[in-house]
Ligand binder design. Structure first.
Ligand code: ADP
Length: 267
């Protein structure tokens, strides 16, 4: 691994019911902001879940540069697509729970995502956008080497999308990677250093934004997406995105996603 490579997926395959949803995918995660784009069902969430240690590959492996063995996952923050935060806790109490595990400061984390004034609000009283920001704060608490954020902007209005993306991207530096899946290609243009384009479980293109735009002779990520994925590009608008995270069911700690909730995986 080069010094800025923080993780590598090597020939990773994941199947559900025998059907491959990721098919021999190899990706290097370097410091900076990596955005995973692709049509719905192309495997983005599965790839992020595997990187975060929440989903097991059936073949291939994930290598982490920052640590070896069982503790590797502790340096990874993870925002799953739906976060089962408990409604009755305040934003500060919610982060306090994760802070105890990840050695972070709840108030600093709230301030980082622009929620400094919302610390005493109960999760139930937060808007969908604020809940998403709280999720980003949770996933970045304790400065993990890799923060994995699954669609941190889904279901948000344009201003909130920008704010959420900016807050997420701000966590990246020379030693830290932020890996985000997103359908907001204009924001990807603004904030991504690297892009992974997935199409039907395979990597259709990957590399620095600059290089990919040059290689494909296009001016922005939207055009790149069309050039690489072709007809599948229509799915990127994600019109049927019904995964808004502010429904009442998401306060339910028994939701299946609750197994993914820990900002620090034990793997
Ligand atoms: P994306 O995030 O790009 O929309 P996903 O990784 O969520 O893609 O899903 C890729 C494919 O895998 C989809 O066809 C989806 O239905 C399937 N899939 C994902 N998770 C599961 C699961 N837990 N059980 C069965 N099929 C799944």
């Amino acid at each position: 691994m080069s010094e800025h490579t923080l993780a590598e997926l090597v020939d990773v395959t994941r199947t559900y019911g025998g059907v491959p949803v990721l098919d021999e995918v190899s990706v290097s995660i370097t410091s900076g902001v990596t955005v995973v784009v692709g049509p719905n069902g192309s495997g983005k969430s599965t790839l992020l879940g595997i990187l975060a240690g929440a989903v097991e590959p059936v073949d291939g492996e994930v290598r982490y540069a920052h640590e070896n063995g069982a503790d590797a996952g502790k340096r990874i923050g993870y925002l799953p697509q739906r976060v089962p935060f408990r409604d009755a806790f305040t934003a500060r109490e919610t982060l306090g729970f994760y802070a105890a595990l990840a050695d972070g400061d709840p108030d600093a984390a709230l301030a980082d995502v622009g929620l400094a004034d919302a610390g005493d609000k109960r999760v139930a009283a937060l808007s969908g956008g604020m809940r998403r920001l709280l999720g980003i704060a949770q996933a970045t608490l304790g400065n993990p080497a890799i923060a994995v954020l699954d669609e941190p902007t889904s279901g948000l209005d344009p201003a909130m999308r920008e704010r959420a993306f900016r807050a997420a991207a701000a966590r990246a530096n020379d030693d830290t990677a932020v890996v985000v899946s997103s359908h907001d290609l204009d924001l990807v243009d603004s904030y991504a250093d690297e892009i992974v384009v997935l199409d039907r479980g395979r990597v259709a293109a990957a590399g620095s934004v600059e290089r990919l735009l040059t290689d494909h002779g296009v001016e922005n990520v939207t055009s790149l997406f069309r050039a690489v994925v072709g007809d599948g590009a229509s799915a990127v608008t994600d019109a049927g995105d019904g995964d808004s995270d502010d429904g009442p069911e998401n306060g339910d700690a028994t939701a299946p996603e609750s197994v993914h909730v820990a900002g620090v995986s034990d793997r």
